[in-house]
Design a protein around this ligand. Structure first.
Ligand code: 4MI
Length: 408
């Protein structure tokens, strides 16, 4: 008997017999997303025994009803009420109110627009420094790898600096992110492969969540200050630092990497951006819509619910496809068109509702600054070879992106 035989198909729900976590669908998810939206507002996938929604309206509804669709049973395929989590639960991601609210209050203050204003100057400086270096490399005749030299280099410098992390060993952040986001999916080959490295990487991460490892005044230290003030307990502080280290790098790395890929494959869009680097912010936003770095999240129903009239029993896993919602023709005119002048307000790449990305101000700052710095220095950005994909159960990611850049 296979896993799927254990879960009977519910009556009255369209069935889609696909595995969204198969290598083929992860490699090219968009035809599957179209089938998902077409099949109905909610479908049943027997392979994993899950309900799946890929239409914008229903994805939004799931994410905005945090009482019916809870996070404390995990935001991946695994139901933490039935099996132990692969790591101690995140105090913010895998929590419901009122627990969630305390953690969220602390993190939203640390990552507020006001406090991000204070780091802006250093983020600008670093974007300019990195792109000056890149320009020199290009002038010396080099082909550039957009992933290693830009998309990874920039977030790995600015975000851990802001957290107050030492410089050494930061590559662990990418390995850890790979693992955390693979763990949202099933126990497939991808999870097995990233789990092989779990011990040393987790040890490094947890060690760097300790107060004495974090520079005074950084985001990490501010969490400990919140513990000193009694907002959270001393035991909770390292766990909230862990959230920075889990969510703060791999997400922006791939947001920026995907944006570079979008621009390299849409020369007319890059030409517009070069002509007006002020478009950097909306260009980044459109890239988030078009190639969402975080493709999916799950919720678990806390009670019997109706979603678009479809009955879903209590205790069900519901997959919300952020990426499919972001190309839903019911929501977006001409959704398959990458258009940096579109204002894609309401895209789901940062989620929505009480769990909507708490770091989105920082993420947008990084995306805007790096694209603007690029647009100012280069008049053309073209593919210099085939990009390679880094398959991950949750992230839309590239491992390399060869670019030919033409100085302005
Ligand atoms: C949306 S990505 C993400 C958010 C939070 C955490 C991990 C990943 C966490 O560990 O809190």
């Amino acid at each position: 008997m296979t896993e799927q035989d254990l879960v009977a198909a519910p009556a009255g729900v369209p069935v889609l017999d696909l595995d969204p976590f198969s290598m083929a669908l992860l490699d090219d998810p968009y035809p599957y997303h179209a089938r998902l939206r077409e099949a109905g507002p909610v479908v049943w996938m027997p392979k994993h025994g899950i309900y799946v929604t890929g239409r914008h309206e229903q994805v939004r509804e799931v994410l905005n009803d945090h009482e019916a669709y809870i996070s404390s049973a995990g935001v991946g395929l695994a139901n933490f009420n039935k099996e132990p989590p692969f790591r101690p639960k995140s105090l913010i991601l895998e929590a419901d109110p009122p627990d969630h609210t305390r953690a969220r209050t602390v993190l939203s203050r640390i990552l507020s627009p006001r406090s991000v204003m204070l780091i802006r100057a250093s983020f600008v400086l670093e974007a300019d420094r990195l792109l000056d270096e890149l320009l020199a490399a290009v002038q010396a005749g080099q082909v550039v790898d957009g992933i290693g030299q830009v998309a990874e280099a920039y977030p790995l410098k600015v975000f851990p600096d802001a957290v107050g992390l030492e410089s050494q060993g930061r590559e662990n952040l990418l390995l850890y992110g790979d693992m955390v986001f693979n763990a949202v999916g099933p126990r497939n080959e991808l999870l097995a492969r990233s789990a092989e490295k779990v011990q040393p990487v987790t040890a490094w991460i947890m060690a760097h969540c300790q107060r004495h490892m974090l520079q005074a005044g950084g985001f990490g230290d501010l969490i400990y200050q919140a513990a000193d003030a009694g907002e959270i307990s001393q035991d909770e502080a390292p766990m909230l630092v862990r959230s920075f280290l889990s969510a703060g790098v791999d997400t922006t790395v791939n947001g920026i990497g995907n944006a570079l890929w979008c621009l390299a494959s849409h020369p007319e869009a890059y030409a517009k951006l070069h002509a007006d680097p002020g478009l950097a912010r909306t260009a980044f936003e459109e890239a988030l819509r078009f190639e969402s770095a975080v493709q999916t999240f799950f919720r678990t129903t806390s009670r019997d619910v109706l979603l678009a009239g479809v009955p879903i029993p209590a205790g069900s896993k519901v997959l919300a496809s952020l990426a499919a919602a972001n190309r839903d023709e019911r929501q977006w005119p001409d959704p398959e068109r990458f258009d940096i002048e579109r204002r894609p307000t309401g895209h789901m790449a940062f989620g929505s509702g009480i769990h909507g990305c708490v770091g989105q101000v920082v993420a947008r700052l990084e995306g805007e600054l790096i694209l603007a710095a690029l647009a100012k220095r280069f008049k053309r950005l073209e593919l210099a070879g085939q990009p390679t994909r880094r398959l991950n159960n949750t992230l839309r990611a590239l491992s390399s992106l060869p670019l030919r850049l033409t100085p302005a």
